[in-house]
Design a protein around this ligand. Structure first.
Ligand code: SDX
Length: 426
């Protein structure tokens, strides 16, 4: 019996089964149960995959107990302090940080890919007024696959990088163009004299007749929000991208599926829900009432921006964003009423036994919404900003999937609890 293994005994018949333990470089080891069904005739059951590792990855490491996050070995707080979003995008895609010349070249490569085929804009007319931008973005990214449909096997790493640069570069343009279309505003095209991050704020907020200036803190804050969203191990939307990727679908259809998964308020839609919840609470005097609702098992109400499947400690990204939020408050001001409500909720959550006993802490969405509001980003666009940040992570995870020697299609089983065969025998 191999030493580095676990033995499972079926107490119904005393039969024992052995499964190897695989060790990673960091974090929990895994029990390889790929032969479990063949050996035992049973499936394992893991609702929400809370204890299941679905792949090997070298991209992002999270320690939920310690509240640690590394991107290809670099701590997120160090990256936020010393690098910009495009450094981290390059790191995820190229497996190392760029030197200054490589970063300069990367910026140029994205600039030359940031325009979109104008025919795609015709899609916008198909949507009703006030269509949610996440639905539009999901449709636009799937549509992009029709403009870049080469040989569907996509087994050429050079193709991957081209696909990646195109999508990272075009996402802000698609987002800003739809937003302005939905408001009936004149379109503002990317200004190639502005940086990647600044350009999005320029496309969103400037108008042809007025001079548009941004304060450096606004660009830095937005760049930090994008960086902190860029990848996060095998979260729901990344798992979706990998699942669709395992069928060898077009990479842009994989990313479009990821956008659909991220939209949910339990996931990337939470930043929008945080602001809507703070506005609904309306005053610090009402906070206690909503805390009681959040603790009431019979009430489906949950505090948006708190809790996490993996972090049972303060989300390290929330720490960085809180610092950035406070800097923004000092330099440009944020809705003080919302800040007062947010601070009161956080103070209660960090001290009240209901939340402490369940390891519920602020997550990445808690402060990102307040920062985006201070940057005058419309609330309904918050999840779209999450997509802009997460897109490089999804693509790097898809590329890692494609680099494997063999790709197994994702196809879990089930515990069937439906009717037995009641087919009439006549
Ligand atoms: C993101 O996975 C990722 O990495 C995601 C993400 C990424 O970068 O990709 O980090 C981004 O999605 C962050 C999470 C954003 N979502 C929210 O802020 C929505 C509010 N949070 C909850 O919906 C919840 O905390 C989840 C969905 C985030 C996590 O849910 P889990 O892991 O399934 O936890 P659970 O539902 O089993 O909750 C455990 C207990 C339960 O109480 P008991 O049954 O033990 O009595 O904690 C309670 C829950 O009721 N609980 C909450 C709560 N979150 C969990 N109670 C009140 N408010 C909350 N927010």
């Amino acid at each position: 019996m191999a030493e580095n293994s676990v033995t499972l005994t079926d107490n119904r018949n005393g039969k024992s089964y052995n499964f190897p333990i695989l060790d990673g470089n960091l974090g929990p080891s895994v029990v390889d149960i790929s032969t479990f069904y063949k050996d035992t005739g049973m499936f394992t059951f893991d609702r929400g995959y809370t204890s299941t590792a679905m792949c090997r990855s070298q991209i992002t490491y999270i320690d939920g107990e310690k509240g640690e996050l590394l991107h290809r070995g670099y701590d997120i707080a160090w990256l936020a302090e010393n690098k910009i979003f495009l450094d981290v995008v390059y790191l995820l895609l190229n497996k190392r940080l760029p030197n200054s010349d490589e970063l300069k070249e990367f910026k140029t490569e994205l600039k030359t890919r940031c325009f979109i085929n104008e025919n795609i804009l015709k899609l916008f007319d198909a949507f009703p007024d006030r269509a949610h931008p996440m639905a539009v973005l999901q449709a636009c990214v799937a549509t992009l696959s029709t403009y870049y449909s080469r040989d569907m096997n996509f087994d050429d790493p050079v193709e991957y990088m081209e696909l990646a640069k195109r999508l990272v570069a075009k996402m802000p343009t698609l987002a800003a163009f739809y937003y302005r279309h939905s408001r009936g505003y004149p379109q503002i095209y990317p200004d190639l004299d502005r940086g990647f991050t600044e350009n999005f704020l320029y496309m969103m907020r400037s108008f042809p007749h007025s001079r548009f200036e941004l304060r450096p803190i606004e660009v830095k804050a937005f760049d930090t929000v994008l960086m902190l969203h860029c990848d996060h191990e095998q979260n729901a939307s990344t798992t979706t991208v990998r699942t669709v990727g395992s069928t060898h679908s077009h990479p842009y259809s994989c990313i479009s599926a990821g956008i659909g998964a991220l939209w949910g308020h339990a996931h990337g839609g939470a930043n929008e829900s945080v602001i809507r919840q703070l506005e609904m609470i309306g005053s610090v005097d009402n906070v206690d009432k909503y805390i009681a609702k959040a603790k009431d098992k019979n009430d489906p109400f949950r505090l948006m921006g708190f809790g996490h499947r993996v972090y049972k400690n303060y989300d390290p990204r929330a720490k960085v964003l809180k610092k950035m939020r406070n800097q923004l408050i000092d330099e440009i001001g944020i809705d003080s009423n919302l800040i007062k409500i947010a601070n009161k909720i956080e103070e209660i959550v960090l001290n009240d036994d209901y939340f402490v006993s369940r390891n519920l802490y602020p997550n990445v969405d808690f402060n990102s919404g307040l920062i985006l509001k201070a940057l005058k980003i419309p609330t309904e666009m918050f999840a779209v900003i999450f997509v802009m940040g997460r897109c490089p992570g999804w693509i790097s995870q898809w590329m890692e999937l494609k680099e494997q020697d063999t790709i197994k299609i994702v196809r879990p089983r089930q515990l069937y609890v439906g009717p037995k065969d009641i087919t009439p025998k006549n």
